[in-house]
Design a protein around this ligand. Structure first.
Ligand SMILES: [Zn+2]
Length: 380
């Protein structure tokens, strides 16, 4: 059977129910500008196919009519998200709200395209639901991706112009979507994260590097340069250490895990891992504390710049280094507040505690988004 194309309105309806469900028909009608009759007509194919369910009746207001809010049947299909780093492929099997059901990792032998495709295939085989349909695979990667198909540039893998989606679809026999890792993570935050109720918000990822994503009027903002990670080298502290590109006190130099570890390591005269840095800072050890306090002030400055210039008042902090907030949140908030007009709406910081898992979850969100756009759910 050929899959019918979804109209833009039907796609918006599915997206709203996925992000905000259970949601009342009245609220959906208001959000989409649809009459009750149109809403009933557009919802029917989703209900018939089992993608939507009617949540238990809630009697609404004075009319006493049952409201039958709509929700997505999250178990209607499964997807796998894969985050590729320079060393390994990290995977997660999820439901339709990117809720993790199983996780796995395969190391990359080398950076040959064939070896990486092999590693992803092994990971997908390991995570594939037993006897169940897999609706799609999303892959996220640091670098530039064209049309969610071709990796045009991936410095960690030293790749140029690799048709990764085609290669993986041929190998796996399921639809594959590929996306820049920060864009994928931002999509997951927009659909399933703590700020999903917001129409506009920014995302800052702290980890191996520093990433910046923006959701504006319900759309993830991307440009052909998104994959360059331009938010990673914002000047934040002229007296800070230099990044590998030589910028003094840029976001990577101030906030990335390798730079924080290196600064504390130099002060202590030995290697320290990130967990230990955070534990030392929490216990008040002076050299660790000095580094995380400076990181906090830089993070506050970065958040203030983002909020004041892009006019968002919600910021999601995510990525594998997100626990920096536990020790540096106070310093960050002080600078953020000082850099903001007291009459402006205060900036709300949402911390996504998923840490490293948020990356693979982002890749799963790309698969969910792709599946929804092509009406692949549920696998009939
Ligand atoms: Zn830099």
């Amino acid at each position: 059977m050929t899959q019918p194309e979804l109209s833009e309105t039907a796609h918006d309806l599915a997206r709203q129910v996925l992000i905000h469900g259970p949601i009342s028909r009245g609220e959906l009608g208001r959000r989409l500008g649809l009459s009750p009759a149109s809403l009933t007509r557009l919802s029917k194919p989703f209900l018939d196919r089992g993608l939507f369910v009617e949540a238990s009746d809630v009697v609404q207001g004075a009319t006493g009519r049952p409201a039958k809010p709509l929700d997505v049947h999250v178990d209607a299909a499964r997807v796998i998200g894969v985050k590729l780093s320079g060393d390994a492929a990290f995977g997660v099997l999820t439901d339709l709200r990117a809720g993790a059901l199983a996780q796995g990792v395969q190391s990359l032998g080398d950076h040959d395209v064939a070896s990486v495709v092999d590693a992803v295939a092994r990971l997908v085989d390991e995570l594939r639901p037993a006897g169940g349909e897999l609706a799609g695979v999303g892959v996220s990667i640091g670098g530039n991706v064209a049309d969610q198909r071709t990796v045009t540039r991936a410095p960690f893998l030293e790749w140029r112009d690799v048709p990764l989606a085609d290669l993986l679809e041929e190998r796996l026999g399921v639809p594959v979507d590929v996306e820049n890792d920060v864009t994928a993570l931002t999509t997951a935050e927009q659909w399933f994260g703590p700020a999903r109720a917001e129409e506009s918000f920014a995302v800052v990822t702290v980890g191996a590097g520093v990433g910046y994503g923006l959701v504006m009027h319900d759309r993830v903002v991307t440009t052909p340069d998104t994959g360059l990670g331009l938010g990673g080298h914002l000047p934040l502290d002229p007296s800070g250490p230099r990044c590998m590109d030589g910028h003094p006190g840029c976001s990577t130099a101030m906030l990335s895990i390798p730079s924080i570890r290196a600064q504390v390591g130099i002060a202590l005269g030995r290697e320290v891992d990130y967990d230990e840095v955070l534990a030392l800072a929490a216990s008040g050890q002076p050299s660790a504390r000095a580094v995380t306090d400076a990181a906090g002030r830089a993070l506050g400055r970065m958040m203030g710049l983002i909020a004041n210039l892009t006019m968002v008042d919600a910021i999601v902090l995510s990525g594998e280094g997100v626990r920096l907030w536990d020790v540096a949140g106070e310093a960050a908030t002080a600078v953020l507040t000082a850099d903001r007009d007291p009459e402006a709406a205060p900036v709300v910081v949402h911390v996504d505690g998923a840490g490293f898992d948020s990356w693979a979850r982002g890749a799963a969100a790309v698969a969910i988004q792709g599946g929804l756009a092509r009406f692949r759910f549920p696998a009939a």
